[in-house]
Design a protein around this ligand. Sequence first.
Ligand code: ACO
Length: 441
Amino acid sequence: MSTDKDRVNTVTITDNQTGNSIELDIIEPTQGDRIIDIQSLHNKLGLFTYDPGFTVTASCWSKITYLDGEKGELQYRGYPIEQLVEESSFIETAFLLLCGHLPSQSELDEFSVEITKDSLLQEEIKRFFSGFHSNAHPMAIMVGVVGALSAFYHKYLDIHDPINRKDAAKLLIAKMPTIAAWSYRYANGLPFVYPRHDYTYVENFLHMMFDLPTDKYIVDPLIAQALEVIMISHADHEQNASTSTVRLASSSEANPFASVAAGIASLWGPAHGGANEAVIRMLQDMMSSEKSIESYIERAKDKSDSFRLMGFGHRIYKNYDPRAKIIRKLCHRIGSESESALSVENKKLLDMALKLEGMALADEYFIKRKLYPNVDFYSGIIMLSIGIPLNMFTVIFAMARTVGWVSQWNEMMGDDSSKISRPRQCYLGATKRDYIPMDER
Ligand code: ACO
């Protein structure tokens, strides 16, 4: 990593046991808090650092996404998320994240055509779907099928060639809606629908999800627009758990398709991308339960109970999640502009969510810990409202986040100074001891 020495200052660390000191460089990022470069710490002081969950450790440099948790800001390549959601399309945002600049009209046209033409899956890949149990979760199918792509695209294995890397990245972005929609179709015993070249990225996904041989699906522009906003808002989020998983897996120069499959697995967890599904399950449970909202809040505060309010809290955002703000607004728009989209049941769910939000935000426990609704608190309600089945929420998140994963992977592989990720540990196990023969134990 190149550091501009003129802009670097230092910090001194003293080991109070030995009295030895070391002066470490402080790196000045273009935005955000300064960072201590601790790479020489062990060589000079014989010390490692302990930071479970990487709460204060930068694992890489990046020029892709910036977020400020205290101010509630999110930028892709410097552009605020609020502006991108208003002005851009998902495919333009994908170009921006992957290539680093807003495309010219001809660049955008070319990129769109490339993505569209690669959206078909090879017929052999289709057979992978039928290997899954009919009640498989679409995320499980997605992990498997995306991992299986590594067996099909050997020519993309030259990860040191920037053109090859971009081709692999575009191929993944292109195939994701087809894999996502087909995961749903298979899990629901429905025939696969092939992509169409006259649809936009999001329209194509909706078409492959909902078109029936018996009943033609007409894309509703409001639904396509809502999904576009959700997709742009989820496209990247710097070094979150799934992106770090993709980086860590591919730091060994592993196959990019297999590495992205690892990212999908990480995203699936309810503490990460799986939260959108968990939020709805929690709200549905609240609606059908005799218990009051207060009792759920009390449970979430009880340390002897592992229950947490799903959709609340974020590792980085300690003020508000800017994506949640955008999606919250969209929730209301869907509700007011499309009566049919927001069914009575979903309206009740939205009311329940808003009531829960208000009560949690006024509660001392949540205030003290800076626990605000995150993007997943609202995105699930919108997706339900526009007819997306519950078990597809995280799949849609994965489809959007693929853009971030491949952009971050491309950046890392293009960095000559990047190394295999290999954290240290603080060993607390037994000290060296002799093996005890069986008859003496
Ligand atoms: N409900 C109740 N208490 C909570 C919640 C919650 N949702 N989230 C955090 N807390 C409490 C913790 O118990 C802890 O309390 P303590 O200090 O008294 O021990 C404190 O707040 C800090 O929590 P941590 O787990 O240390 O915070 P961390 O930054 O590690 O976790 C996370 C962030 C995983 C998002 C957490 O807030 C959570 O589990 N939220 C619910 C799941 C969720 O909505 N995930 C989606 C995240 S957004 C995304 O991935 C797109």
